[in-house]
Design a protein around this ligand. Structure first.
Ligand code: HEM
Length: 449
């Protein structure tokens, strides 16, 4: 089997591991330059990883039968946080069943019901950001995306419950920032002690509050618009509702999968827009005209192409032999669809390193060539949620301000937890926009009302 895997770097696996973790995108690029669109890398203590970036091979990967590839098994390090019922950890029948329960709650049309809440939270947060001085937006964006998830997914209202849970969950997520702390050997070694002990205690306190919240919502019934309201209505094939444990695990999954990803993606958006005055100008014109959002949509698609915060989709563990692109992969190998590489392939995107939203006005994103949300039956469940959130946060920001870059050039990328984000010291300066006639008129009407 070993011999049949695609070629890849021969350096010791310790060095490959360092490259993979510390220079994620540059490492992938170097491998592709040398070995082509698919290659094998070997990390310490891991099965061989094969990175794929040919659209036909990605299609075959995303369409493989559920008993052939197991993405859930590949994600097991998340279990201490998301819990054993999480859709992200399951495979085959159980995965399908859990996903069916969740799909209606994350459906694009349902998301529209959350627009008002998301806009309100985004506008309030943006209004609190300082003007005319360099500001690092990453912490602010993390605070905003956390608030949006707690209100729009967990359905927490303002008040003590929201404040306590926000505090506990922030502490838990900070623990997850260090990937080493989530590795099973570290957990076993540290169970009940030190940092891990604190993590377990915080988790137990958060769980108690989440279970109380679920009980309360079940008891009171509700007409709320949040994701939890829809999950409370979901029914298994036998007609039974989701258990409290299932609900807790899926809420935590949304938090882990949706908080840092969206925050980092928005951080890239702010960083990029601050360097692209022409793009910003066109976005401002579109906003002021108030007609459609085609250019904003294309800009968001280009941000996700240019800087996918998850450079590779979920690892897919081979369970039964599968042939892709003439190579037979045996059980035990782990296959990755590389979004970063496919998004920067000059045969697919002309000038792939240039930031050019217009490309998506000319041609909409392709299912197997634009994969920031992965694909197939594991495609990101929160994609509509994330796209709506990005649209509303960027609208709130651009309505109010113009962005200018004030920090180091964003030539480097940094990992934060599982995502790739701009360097921490990347700063922008926000300047208040002069109100246009259209917006001034709306403002005057609102003031008069
Ligand atoms: C810009 C923000 C986001 C990005 C770039 C992103 C990206 C991804 C990717 C690449 C995957 C793996 C898909 C695959 O391997 O085929 C994934 C899975 C998932 N995401 Fe997202 N995500 C984002 C936001 C969210 C949000 C906001 C939520 C929930 C509120 C969410 C929930 C999930 C879930 C539940 C899965 C697992 C799906 C499954 O295994 O069936 N994500 N996401």
């Amino acid at each position: 089997m070993e011999n049949s895997l695609p070629p890849g770097p021969r350096m010791p696996s310790v060095l490959q591991t360092i490259g993979w973790w510390s220079r994620p995108t540059a490492f992938l690029e170097r491998c592709r330059a040398r070995y082509g669109r698919r290659f094998t890398i070997r990390l310490v203590g891991q099965s061989p990883f094969v990175l794929l970036s040919d659209p036909d091979e990605i299609k075959a990967l995303f369409q493989a039968a559920p008993d052939v590839l197991h993405p859930g098994e590949g994600a097991h390090i998340l279990e201490p946080v998301v819990g054993p019922n999480s859709v992200i950890l399951l495979d085959e029948g159980p995965h399908l069943e859990q996903r069916k329960l969740l799909l209606p709650a994350f459906h694009g049309e349902q998301m529209q019901r959350l627009s008002g809440l998301m806009t309100e939270l985004a506008e309030r947060e943006v209004a609190s950001w300082p003007l005319d001085e360099p500001v690092a937006l990453q912490p602010q964006l993390r605070r905003l995306t956390l608030e949006i998830i707690l209100r729009a997914v967990f359905g927490l209202e303002r008040g003590a419950q929201l404040d306590t849970l926000r505090e506990l969950l922030t502490e838990m997520l900070a623990f997850g920032d260090s990937p080493v702390s989530l590795l099973p050997p570290a957990q076993a070694l540290l169970a009940g002690r030190g940092r891990f002990g604190r993590f377990e205690r915080t988790g137990a306190q958060a769980d108690q509050l989440i279970y109380e919240l679920i009980d309360e919502r079940r008891r009171d019934g509700d007409g709320a618009d949040d994701v939890l309201a829809l999950l409370l209505q979901a029914r298994h094939g036998d007609g039974s509702p989701m258990s409290a444990e299932e609900l807790r695990d899926e809420l935590m999954t949304a938090l882990v999968a949706g908080h840092e990803t969206t925050a980092s993606q928005l951080a890239w958006a702010a960083d990029r827009l601050a360097r692209e005055p022409a793009v910003q100008g066109r976005l401002h014109d579109e906003l002021d005209a108030g007609e459609d959002e085609a250019y904003l949509t294309a800009t968001i698609q280009e941000i996700l192409r240019h800087r996918p915060v998850l450079p590779n989709a979920e690892p897919r563990l081979v369970k039964r032999p599968i042939e892709i692109g003439g190579i037979e992969y045996e059980p035990g190998v782990v296959l990755f669809a590389s979004a970063y590489l496919i998004h920067h392939d000059p045969a697919i995107y002309s000038e792939p390193y240039a930031f050019r939203p217009e490309r998506f006005l000319e041609q909409p994103p392709g299912t197997y060539t634009w994969i920031p949300f992965g694909g197939g039956r594991r495609r990101c469940l929160g994609a509509s949620f994330a796209l709506l959130e990005m649209k509303l946060v960027l609208t709130a920001l651009l309505e109010r301000c113009t962005l200018r870059s004030a920090g180091v050039p964003a030539v480097t990328t940094r990992r934060r937890g599982i995502t790739i984000r701009p360097p921490r010291d990347s700063m922008v300066v926000l300047t208040r926009r002069a109100p246009t006639r259209a917006r001034a008129a709306t403002g005057a009407r609102e003031a008069a009302a």
